[in-house]
Design a binder for this molecule. Structure first.
Ligand code: M6R
Length: 366
């Protein structure tokens, strides 16, 4: 049932080209520049007129929500707030008619996410689900929704659900951007043509994992890791750190790269591997300065970058080169080496990759 792979997690990492293709199938038309999402057709008017969007989720799904924030704000020019579902449910809920909540959940059964959705509905907001498991409680209770169609995810560490969630949020943001005239058909065509190429580009990354395996072997016994990224790469930094924590039990923190100088820089010395996600071109110069700051303190730089960002590649001690894409799609590629890094390190450390200690696949308790 693991299809020849040692673990479900590895199988699911390698399934991502197919999962993203399945997620895109029948929904995008690169020639026409259109996105079709049947599950939100009936509420599209409300989404177009929304004052703001609140995204609520937990864990990895919260990270894909953070990517969603950048996507909706950039492509559809709508203000977005991303909330931990567990925080939203117990705070002053300033949400009501005219607001839209998007809840993101792989399992569709996460207790805190379900509670956030119920609270938002009670106050009159429209709630849209981005869910994997068909017919799950969250899928049933939302007003509308888009399934991510990633197929069953068995490994406790979420991998293909993350990339498929980001894919759905991307399609939603393009669709909303078009409806709000925030992007033109010409821009949509360009975006959608590139989106259609993402499965193939993920495949390219998966075809050559030797460098990331080598890096994993060198750092398997590091006690700490720091992950840095800016813009679209910031949520990816958080996701990379979470993957490493949950399956390898190495302490890891993700930070927006510019925040480093407000505290975490004190941690950097020759014992500290720093994973730098330099995959967005518009932040490249700033990432180069951050890399120099880490190098000056003898931190060990592992860069996730692209051929065009060659200066990053030159400065970093190690680098994993991913294919070029538009900045908006970069999380779909840059997260892949991070999933692999955590996987290989966890295997080297003899950890139970698919069922890490203390964790359950779906968290149905508060
Ligand atoms: O099923 P959900 O997407 O609602 O689950 C949310 C989190 O529990 C989940 O993403 C968790 O953080 C994963 N173990 C991360 O790999």
């Amino acid at each position: 049932e693991k299809g020849g792979y040692d673990h479900f997690m590895l199988k699911e990492i390698f399934e991502q080209p197919k999962a993203i293709s399945d997620c895109l199938r029948g929904r995008i038309d690169p020639d026409k520049g259109t996105v079709t999402l049947g599950g939100i057709d009936s509420i599209m008017d409300k989404l177009v007129n929304a004052n703001r969007i609140i995204i609520a989720a937990c864990g990895t799904s919260w990270h894909s929500g953070l990517v969603g924030e950048y996507l909706f704000e950039y492509l559809a020019k709508v203000p977005v707030e991303v909330e931990y579902a567990s925080e939203f449910r117990y705070k002053e809920q300033l949400i009501g008619e005219g607001d839209v909540m998007i809840v993101i959940s792989q399992s569709g059964e996460t207790a805190d996410t379900l509670a956030a959705l119920r609270a938002a509905k009670e106050r009159g907001a429209l709630v849209i689900g981005v869910v994997n498991v068909v017919g799950s409680t969250i899928a049933r209770e939302t007003d509308a929704g888009v399934y991510i169609h990633a197929g069953p995810e068995i490994g406790v560490a979420s991998t293909k659900a993350f990339t498929a969630q980001v894919t759905v949020l991307t399609m939603m943001a393009i669709k909303l951007g078009l409806s709000k005239n925030a992007i033109t058909i010409k821009e949509a065509k360009k975006l959608i043509s590139e989106l259609a190429k993402i499965p193939q580009k993920i495949e390219e990354i998966l075809q050559n994992t030797s460098e990331i395996e080598r890096i994993s072997n060198l750092f398997s016994y590091a006690p700490n890791f720091l992950y840095l990224g800016r813009s679209y790469s910031f949520p990816v930094a958080l996701e990379g750190a979470l993957k490493l924590k949950e399956i390898s039990y190495i302490h890891a923190e993700g930070y927006p790269a510019a925040e480093m100088k407000h505290g975490p820089i004190a941690l950097i010395d020759e014992m500290m591997p720093v994973v730098v996600i330099a995959a967005t071109h518009h932040t490249n110069d700033k990432m180069i300065s951050n890399i120099e700051e880490v190098r000056a303190r003898k931190g060990r730089i592992i860069a996730i970058t692209t051929p065009k960002n060659d200066e990053v590649g030159d400065l970093a001690e190690f680098s994993s080169i991913i294919p070029e894409t538009m900045d908006v799609f970069s999380p779909l590629l840059s997260v892949i080496p991070l999933q692999l890094l955590s996987y290989y390190i966890a295997v080297n450390r003899g950890c139970n990759v698919d069922q890490p200690r203390n964790l359950a696949k779906s968290v149905t308790v508060e």
